[in-house]
Design a protein around this ligand. Sequence first.
Ligand SMILES: *Cc1c(COP(=O)(O)O)cnc(C)c1O
Length: 349
Amino acid sequence: MATASLRIDINAVLANWRALDALSGPSTETGAVVKANSYGLGAARVAPALARAGVRKFFVAAAEEGAAVRRALGEGPQIFVFSGHMAGDTQMITERGLTPMLNSLEQVTRHFETLPGAPFGVQLDTGMNRLGMETAEWEAVAPIVLGANPHLIMSHLACADEPAHPMNARQLAEFRRMTDGCGVARSFSATGGILLGPEYHFDVTRPGIGLYGGLPFEDARPVVRLSLPVVQVRDVAPGETVGYSNTWQAEAETRIATIAAGYADGLMRTLSSKATLWAGDTPCPVIGRVSMDLITVDVTHLPEPPVALDILGPHQGVDDLADVAGTIGYEILTSLGQRYQRQYIEGTA
Ligand SMILES: *Cc1c(COP(=O)(O)O)cnc(C)c1O
């Protein structure tokens, strides 16, 4: 194995979608968020598999991503763009059949003027203060916008990963105040919101991270396994140092394996001297600094020098590694390097 192997279990993605679909309930349609190249795992493989499993609504962040997902999916499924109809996107939106979620009066005007009659949705801001029309803006344009038959009205929760947070109920009340009786399909919940319960589900849910095996969906099936090849093994004597800035010094005779991956592959430098890699069931500590392309690991206790070590697998999931790195599973996934060879497990294999 010359390059690192990133194994992506499409069957697990589909099982996670089915589980979130069941949690969303029978009167709610479950979509799929495939932005950022399906959270780093490869939208060209993940999106078509989800479509074959029955997903009809896909969500991306930007029109360019929507165009790539359309190429993978072909005609049929609806692709919603969270960033809406931005200047310069008009041609892509119409040629690729994308549905922009209009976020502002400016976007409403642009869409209605450049693509009259073309599909669109509306994004409302219910308190996160990030994206979407606010209450006053919405009240001003709602009669016109609703008259043009939006396909979907959505908002996004700021604190859905904390079920007891009072922000959830506040945003829910605001969303209902802004949209009750509007006669348009509504979407309010990503993965975290699905887990909050039925009053958060509305007509369409939009899970992302839960499909890819991350928290807050605790029952998710793990999706990724990442094995890193060993380039070289050496023995160091007491007193010798390893890596940049000599941050690690041997107290005893130590066997060091050097692994072919580093922060350029999304294994953050904050993992230095803290992370653990696995030789099967045996933990092996990272020692010294993570460099751009290499990581050094203590393998003194292994009976044989290893050929490869796992950094994501059965003993350490994306959220476990995220805890060590000081980040979240989302960032571990979306940082997964472009140098990894992606292998897909799909079907009955
Ligand atoms: C990313 C995103 C989602 C998916 O969120 P997860 O927490 O990954 O399930 C849904 N809606 C919007 C607006 C998003 O930006």
